[in-house]
Write a protein that binds this ligand. Structure first.
Ligand SMILES: Cc1cc2nc3c(=O)[nH]c(=O)nc-3n(C[C@H](O)[C@H](O)[C@H](O)COP(=O)(O)OP(=O)(O)OC[C@H]3O[C@@H](n4cnc5c(N)ncnc54)[C@H](O)[C@@H]3O)c2cc1C
Length: 226
């Protein structure tokens, strides 16, 4: 068990079922729970594949009680508040993915120019050039999607579909770009010192967090009227 004051947020936002509507549907509320409230247990024991600089913890709530004032926003709209937060978070995850893809691309380009095989830089081989061209094109597209979703949000316009598209495309671009960057590095790419393997491990989480790629496709399908 780690000291929450040093390692964790002091306040946790929990969404929980707090009642039932007349039509039988559940009411979900957002509740602020102080990390030091009696009954809150936080433990960090996960051995993560990537994104190791960010800690991920298990939170167990055992008969935790907080005052009514800790209800966040509209007590009957916790679920829609949560979905709105997720929509915004998707733009951030997409931006993270663009950053990883860009880093992988830059390392792959530099390595391709430096590495000589058969008497020349491997960047002279069309097979390598095409990989780099594909990565560069996908990054350009992913970045444009992120900017569009962020711009719509800033304008106060609907952005759920664009955020899901940006998150889906950018996270999958991040993974593909990292994988191709390893390929361009050959055996060296598999080694920790060139860092492109870390980009692949970090990029994988972005296809899972803030709604998996499958869920993004479901969200987009709903938006396009399926
Ligand atoms: C280190 C870490 C940090 C994370 N941080 C965050 C975060 O900050 N915010 C956040 O939102 N999430 C975050 N996540 C993701 C979140 O915790 C869940 O892992 C994620 O929502 C998927 O849920 P699950 O793991 O229960 O998988 P499951 O729901 O069991 O899904 C398993 C598989 O089934 C698929 N699946 C499930 N339901 C459907 C369906 N209806 N249709 C089609 N396919 C489906 C999934 O896409 C997936 O491929 C994080 C995950 C990790 C590992």
């Amino acid at each position: 068990m780690l000291d929450y004051k040093r390692r964790h947020a002091r306040q946790i936002i929990v969404t929980a079922v707090t009642g039932k509507r007349e039509d039988g549907k559940k009411i979900i509320s957002a509740i602020i729970v102080p990390a030091e409230a009696p009954g809150v247990a936080i433990s960090c024991h996960y051995d993560k594949m990537g994104v190791r600089a960010s800690n991920t913890c298990q939170i167990v709530l055992d008969n935790v009680r907080v005052p009514k004032e800790n209800l966040l926003g509209d007590s009957k709209k916790g679920f829609s508040q949560f979905l709105f937060t997720l929509d915004g978070g998707r733009i951030s995850i997409a931006a993270l993915a663009v950053g990883i893809a860009q880093a992988a691309f830059e390392k792959a380009l530099a390595y391709a120019k430096e590495r000589k095989q058969f008497g020349q830089s491997i960047s002279n081989f069309q097979a390598i050039q095409f990989k780099l061209a594909d990565i560069a094109t996908e990054i350009e597209l992913a970045r444009t999607l992120v900017y569009k979703a962020a711009w719509l949000k800033d304008q106060g316009r609907p952005f759920g579909k664009e955020a899901a598209m940006a998150k889906l495309f950018a996270s999958e671009t991040g993974f593909r770009a990292s994988s191709q960057a390893i390929q361009i590095h050959g055996g060296s790419g598999y080694m920790g010192e060139y860092e492109v393997e870390r980009h692949l491990r970090d990029a994988k989480l972005l296809e899972i967090g803030e709604g998996t790629s499958e869920i993004q496709r479901l969200v987009i399908a709903r938006h396009i009227g399926c």
